[in-house]
Ligand binder design. Structure first.
Ligand code: CA
Length: 244
């Protein structure tokens, strides 16, 4: 495991880590909402008679909705989606997501955030979501662990993941940190790519159905099966980080 951390430092010409903040993706890391996104996408596509699989939406996680629609229509119909299709499909998908989403947390997400918060790390949420309801819930589900100033949402950036802007903004909001002063926790390939592009060490927690290889190929420095595993491994990782 030490190798993953050492390789990162070598690649980025840093002599050591100086971790001050943990940057958390939201859907699939803190909230168990990806299964509802996936189901609402699949059901919407079925209603519009457009072939898709529930699993593929995990690969598109983080992509803006209209791009996802265009990608699938292009594949299935050999043409771009019309503006009307993009609007109608996205509206229905959002409607179903609101109906399905039960707001449940990823198991042990709270425990991990609470632990690192109490250890003195700044906790920042970096999400492509612009759904005010989900964002407001953070303050209910993670009381006093996150605050509005320490959040990067769809409203803060021009470019979504896999562009590095959201995570670079996360470093900035956490106190103008350098990329060796934070760790990103992600679950989706495009989110991992964004962290890597921002030059930040990325731990992927594979909470969905995609294979670990997709996350490794995206550039994740470590891939774990769950937030529980991250919670259990954190002391060891932090010992390695400080020992380098
Ligand atoms: Ca995610």
């Amino acid at each position: 495991m030490t190798t993953a951390f050492k390789d990162f430092l070598t690649k980025h010409n840093y002599s050591k880590f100086d971790i001050k903040a943990i940057l958390f993706d939201m859907d699939g890391v803190l909230y168990d909402s990806m299964k509802w996104h996936s189901k609402s996408w699949k059901d919407t596509m079925d209603e519009f008679d457009i072939p898709s699989t529930a699993e593929e939406f995990y690969l598109y996680e983080g992509m803006i909705g209209k791009k996802t629609i265009n990608h699938i229509i292009k594949r299935e119909k050999g043409r771009d989606a019309t503006d009307k299709e993009k609007e109608d499909i996205y509206r229905r998908k959002s409607e179903l997501f609101t109906k399905y989403n039960d707001g449940s947390l990823i198991p042990y997400a709270y425990d991990f955030v609470k632990k690192v918060h109490d250890e003195g790390f700044t906790c920042v949420v970096v999400t492509g979501s612009g759904q005010p309801s989900l964002i407001n819930k953070l303050e209910v589900n993670f009381p006093e662990l996150f605050n509005k100033k320490m959040m990067v949402t769809a409203f803060d950036v021009k470019h979504g993941k896999p562009h590095p802007e959201p995570y670079l903004m996360g470093l900035k909001k956490a106190g103008n940190l350098n990329s060796n002063q934070a760790i990103v926790i992600e679950n989706a390939p495009r989110g991992v790519e964004a962290a890597v592009a921002a030059g930040i060490f990325c731990i992927a927690v594979n909470t969905g159905p995609i294979s670990d290889k997709v996350l490794i190929d995206a550039g994740a420095n470590i891939v774990l099966p769950s937030m529980e595993s991250l919670l259990n491994n954190w002391n060891e990782y932090y010992r390695i980080i400080n020992g380098i």
